[in-house]
Design a protein. Structure first.
Length: 392
């Protein structure tokens, strides 16, 4: 009987080290879309003569493999963040170079008064720790900004004097209380080696196991869910890996993770100004290489992530020059934050921030009903300059 292509699934486990199978099980299943795998044959043309016009076919020396999947972005759910490494989408984010932070207790435990407020920041109180960059790129709850979830914002910078700058501009001088809520946070790491993954991929009644999976591409996309165009926020990833084993094994049932929030009824701030637009996407610009090693069956060591070049693509509505001058931002070549927040309820919320983005010149788009611009911004800094968080 023919096997159904809709019966696809993937389970993801972190490896303790390169070359060590992570043994994913059905408890490591995660919903995804556009799941596929591709063998890339390693070949070389055979130069031998045959005494005729007919040449010998290429030599085949094995294959490398690619696995691609699209993951819809939603919070982990529940009333508190899951324990370390329990959030399966978080394992993918860690492989992309993000550090996982589990903030299981709010900081401080109860909201406390802020001081020295401005329209773009404030100074935290005794319940916060005065360590440079400690809370950078995390979500913070500031009731002055509005009711939940509008009271959530992202921290662009944090000083040893407990001064926090946020990714937006308030309507007035910020007063009242603050609190860093419980959250699961993934912040871009400037040091360390991202973990390799083990993947079990089911396709119909066949299971393929892939070892030493390292992302060769990764892109976060946040499309606005409007009346005329609705789509989900998503993470698209492709992994370079090796085939570990394969066997006949029917695809398992995948557990539901709950509602996927839409990017609306939330926030998009560009250079600390609220902006309309159709999408924000962040391409991590990954580069993978294979160290040559004749001791290995494939002739190479496991793939390694060697480089990232982070690019943000923005499709925005044109605003008055007096409100937001994108041309001036590109001309000045200074750094500005880009912040987004959305979600249905605590545990489902999603927040992201590029703390310091440098703008390219934006192009004016023609042919639509509205005047819009599109273009890029770049993230130069290596550490805590990009984060994806799930506040509670």
């Amino acid at each position: 009987m023919a096997q159904l292509s809709n019966q696809r699934a993937i389970a993801i486990a972190k490896q303790s080290s390169a070359g060590t199978w992570g043994s994913p099980t059905t408890s490591d299943l995660v919903p995804c879309a556009n799941l596929s795998w591709t063998p890339n044959a390693i070949t070389a043309d055979n130069p031998e003569y045959t005494g005729s016009i007919n040449r010998v076919g290429p030599g085949v020396f094995g294959a490398t493999y690619e696995v691609s999947a699209t993951f819809l972005i939603r919070g982990p759910g529940g009333s508190s963040p899951p324990s370390a490494n329990a959030f399966i989408l978080g394992r993918v984010l860690q492989s992309l170079g993000f550090t996982e932070q589990v903030i299981a207790t709010a900081i401080p435990a109860a909201p406390e008064a802020l001081s020295a407020g401005s329209t773009t920041g404030f100074t935290m109180g005794a319940g916060a720790t005065g360590t440079q960059d400690l809370y950078k790129a995390l979500a913070v709850k500031v009731p002055f900004l509005g009711t939940s979830p509008d009271d959530l914002t992202m921290i662009r910078s944090y000083s040893a004097a407990k001064a926090a700058v946020i990714g937006e501009t308030a309507t007035g001088t910020i007063t009242g209380n603050y609190q860093i809520p419980k959250q699961l946070a993934y912040t871009l790491a400037g040091t360390g080696t991202p973990p390799s993954l083990s993947l079990s991929l089911w396709e119909g009644a066949r299971r393929y196991d892939f070892i030493d999976a390292v992302p060769s591409s990764g892109k976060l996309t946040f499309p606005t869910a409007g009346r005329e165009s609705v789509d989900f926020a998503k993470l698209e990833a492709t992994f370079a890996c090796d085939l570990y084993a394969y066997a006949d094994d029917p695809a398992p049932s995948i557990p539901s993770l709950g509602a996927v929030p839409a990017f609306r009824d939330g926030k998009l701030f560009v250079a600390q100004k609220a902006m309309g637009g159709s999408s924000v996407s962040i391409d991590l610009g990954l580069k993978v290489a294979y160290p040559p090693n004749p001791n290995k069956t494939s002739g190479s060591d496991s793939p390694q992530l060697t480089e990232t070049r982070r690019t943000i693509s923005l499709d925005l509505n044109q605003e008055a020059k007096s409100y937001q001058d994108l041309l001036a931002l590109a001309t000045g070549q200074l750094y500005y934050p880009i912040e987004g927040l959305f979600g249905f309820y605590p545990g489902n919320y999603v927040g992201f921030i590029a703390t310091d983005a440098r703008f390219n010149f934006q192009k004016s788009n023609e042919g639509g009903d509205f005047v819009t611009t599109s273009g890029e911004a770049w993230i130069d800094g290596p550490d805590k300059t990009l984060s994806l968080v799930f506040p509670y």
